[in-house]
Design a protein around this ligand. Structure first.
Ligand SMILES: [Zn+2]
Ligand SMILES: [Zn+2]
Length: 721
């Protein structure tokens, strides 16, 4: 190979050809450094036939500079990159950047210096030094990380280094991870679990593409069954990827994993330190990382020898990425398994309708786990009709729910109140002039967070301290909170049950693994009587004394009217209901609603899952919605309102006229201003068989837009805002 075609990391460059210098070993998939003008850029060597470009004469080619010290990307991964870019109408470069997601990893072997306490004492003790030394007992990390751990400046720590109180330790950046052992603590499975585990193990051993839908109620022991598939992969020397929807769930997962395999898996998520990213990436690429547990981005890593993929809580909408490459990790996981010719397990207590349909069509093999593991009973579910039994004025918990909570307090049992709304109140207004607090960057209200005395936008992160006076009319003490968030419910619980120990569990209060672990420990010890939480607490936790779940507002998710509103409500309420009665004591679930007859609420109360799915299937079929038809969205945005509108109108005016494709819009997006950008949307609804991506590519490819305009395509959208 004396010339090479590169996929560049910048889509605007297009593919570029280079000369391969004598003696340089380059194969498709090699990650290389190439000259570009005065700069050096990274590219991936690609098959010429799969990456068309104008051919440049040999004599005009510049030579590649070097092959970076990482294994070439395997053909299976290159095909996944191509498929993802093609299916989601994204550039190859933007998908490839998700693969090469650690700059440090591309640099080859390296060491770094960490520091730890030497046991010595400083000549002069200061309060800061004392604080640092107390905080750093048993720690070893870089100066910057130690400064973060001890909450003192790096300067203070460097002073301690100079005095020999902190000693340097040279560590290998790529030191190996502890090995997980397949036989560390083999479980005793019940008959149904064993049957499921045997299917998984056989598929891993046969090393073939096998998509499974593992359908089992919460508490039925799904995790134990796919752990046996992981054990089989470890025995065969193959890697496993486990995707979890939320990093807050990993704490509970890690403990179970360590108990089963005797070592922690390799973690992958967006808040890893760069050194951890590097180490993880290289271990994954070399094959030494046996089991990787991660967020959706872990799906695109360059596994050397992938043998199994598990997507847990596979119905979760957080597997859908809504920015950049708008992919659904659940669907891409199945494609990756297909390219790698390996099994993939989609596990859920409330599968997505799309997944059930794939099972019904025979594409996925559906495996069921019905009874609760260990004989625990499913909770009894009752609705409270809020129009008949309303809460007291200014309160949100109806009398039957309050009585049930009091009974739990007397028995020393726990209650979980679920409300999927962070903060104290979703809207704050001025009693005097009617002023409403709105985000300056988004068309959204600011949410009051009373615990932190702030008003915050949940869309862009804009925050301001809660003012004493109205910024509009200047009146003092005139701000009124409208509607409840979890903090307000916690206040109400404190008023009703003054002796109750109440914990608010949201992404605001459990924002680090340490805080999440402390919360779990406190709840397990019985140090919490009432948990008030968002969807963060709907899954993964197992508290034996938790016997009552109250759903504060089951109608909340049904507002807004997006395609999956009913399904998401069903999934959330069913998930949170599954938290009740996981120990020996039976659980009870009370659902507060103004619409007890709505099909989704009625199905929940009746415990009739099939009725819900049947009704939802018919509704979707009737609407031509997924999985029976296809949706795609085009989102146009600009900081300039007129520019965004003009671009959207031009797209609308050039719409293709096709018999099996309906195009709606353009219209201002429900969130018409987001992060300072004005937004318009078009929605495409097509027959299952229509080549939607080709239609969109041809359509948008013929247009050009001002540089301030962004045009995004969302295939199979989840968000309609
Ligand atoms: Zn006012
Ligand atoms: Zn905002």
């Amino acid at each position: 190979m004396n010339r090479a075609r590169l996929l560049m990391m910048n889509a605007a460059l297009g593919p570029l050809d280079y000369r391969v210098p004598d003696g340089m070993d380059v194969v498709p998939g090699s990650v290389v450094l190439a000259p570009l003008g005065p700069r050096q850029v990274i590219g991936i060597v690609w098959e010429e036939g799969r990456l068309p470009a104008e051919r440049v004469a040999d004599s005009r080619l510049r030579p590649l500079l070097e092959v970076l010290p990482v294994p070439p990307l395997r053909a299976e991964l290159r095909r996944l990159i191509e498929w993802t870019a093609d299916y989601y109408c994204a550039s190859l470069a933007s998908v490839a950047r998700m693969v090469l997601s650690s700059g440090g990893a591309l640099k080859g072997p390296a060491t770094m210096t960490e520091y730890r306490l030497s046991g010595g004492m400083p000549e002069r003790m200061t309060p800061q030094r004392e604080r640092a030394m107390a905080a750093l007992e048993g720690e070893q990390a870089t100066i910057r990380e130690l400064a973060g751990l001890s909450d003192v400046s790096e300067g203070v720590l460097r002073g301690l280094v100079n005095q020999g109180v902190l000693e340097p330790v040279v560590v290998d950046c790529d030191r190996p991870y502890l090995l997980a052992r397949a036989d560390y603590a083999e479980p005793v499975l019940n008959g149904a679990q064993q049957d499921v585990a045997d299917r998984f193990v056989a598929a891993v051993e046969e090393r073939r593409f096998a998509p499974f839908l593992l359908d089992g109620v919460t508490g039925s022991g799904k995790t134990e069954t796919y752990f046996e598939a992981i054990a089989a992969a470890i025995r065969a020397g193959q890697q496993t990827l486990v995707l979890l929807p939320e990093i807050a769930l990993t704490e509970a997962f890690l403990r179970r994993f360590e108990d089963r395999f005797g070592a922690a898996p390799v973690l992958w998520h967006s808040s890893l330190k760069s050194t951890e990213r590097r180490r993880g990436w290289r271990a994954i690429a070399s094959g030494s990382a046996q089991v990787v547990v991660g967020a959706r981005s872990a799906l695109f890593l360059p596994y050397a020898n992938l043998g199994l993929i598990v997507v847990d809580e596979a119905h979760e909408t957080s597997f859908k990425q809504d920015e950049g490459v708008r992919y659904n990790a659940r669907d891409v996981a199945v494609m990756r398994a297909r390219f790698e010719r390996i099994p993939v397990v989609l596990a859920s207590a409330t599968p997505a309708l799309e997944s059930l349909q794939m099972a019904a069509a025979g594409t996925y093999e559906k495996l069921d786990l019905e009874s609760r593991y260990g004989g625990a009973m499913l909770p009894a579910i009752t609705t409270i009709n809020l129009t008949e039994e309303p809460p007291e004025r200014g309160r949100w918990l109806a009398p039957p729910l309050v009585e049930a909570m009091q009974a739990r307090m007397e028995r020393g049992e726990q209650t979980l109140l679920f409300l999927n709304r962070r903060g104290f109140a979703p809207l704050t207004l001025c009693r005097n002039c009617g002023h409403r607090f709105q985000c300056p960057n988004c068309s959204a209200w600011l949410v009051e967070h009373r615990l932190s005395h702030r008003l915050a936008c949940h869309h862009c992160g804009h925050e301001t301290s809660t003012p004493d006076a109205c910024p509009e009319c200047g009146e003092h003490d005139c701000l009124v909170a409208c509607g409840p968030g979890v903090e307000r419910i916690a206040d109400e619980v404190a008023a009703i049950l003054p002796e109750a120990r109440v914990a608010v569990a949201t992404s605001d209060t459990l924002n680090t693994p340490e805080k999440a672990a402390a919360f779990v420990a406190a709840a397990e010890e019985g140090a919490i009587d009432v948990i008030v939480g968002t969807q963060l607490v709907t899954k993964g936790f197992h508290f034996p004394e938790l016997t009552l779940v109250g759903v504060v507002d089951a109608d909340l998710g049904l507002e807004g009217g997006d395609l999956r509103a009913a399904e998401r409500t069903y999934q959330q309420v069913a998930q949170v209901a599954g938290r009740a009665g996981r120990g020996a004591k039976p659980g009870e679930v009370l659902i507060q609603t103004r619409h007890p007859d709505a099909p989704v609420i009625a199905a929940l109360a009746a415990g009739d899952r099939d009725a819900f799915y049947d009704a939802e299937t018919e509704a979707r079929r009737h609407a031509g919605a997924p999985p029976f038809g296809r949706w795609a969205a085009i989102i146009v945005s600009s900081e300039d309102e007129a520019e965004a509108r003009e671009a959207a109108n031009r797209i609308g005016a050039t719409r293709p006229n096709l018999p099996d494709v309906a195009i709606l819009g353009p219209a201002p997006a429900p969130l018409s201003l987001l992060r300072g950008r004005y937004r318009y949307r078009l929605l495409i609804n097509a027959r299952r068989t229509a080549q939607v991506q080709d239609v969109i590519r041809d359509w948008l490819g013929a247009l050009t837009f001002p540089s301030g305009v962004r045009v995004g395509v969302d295939i199979d959208p989840y968000s309609f805002v």
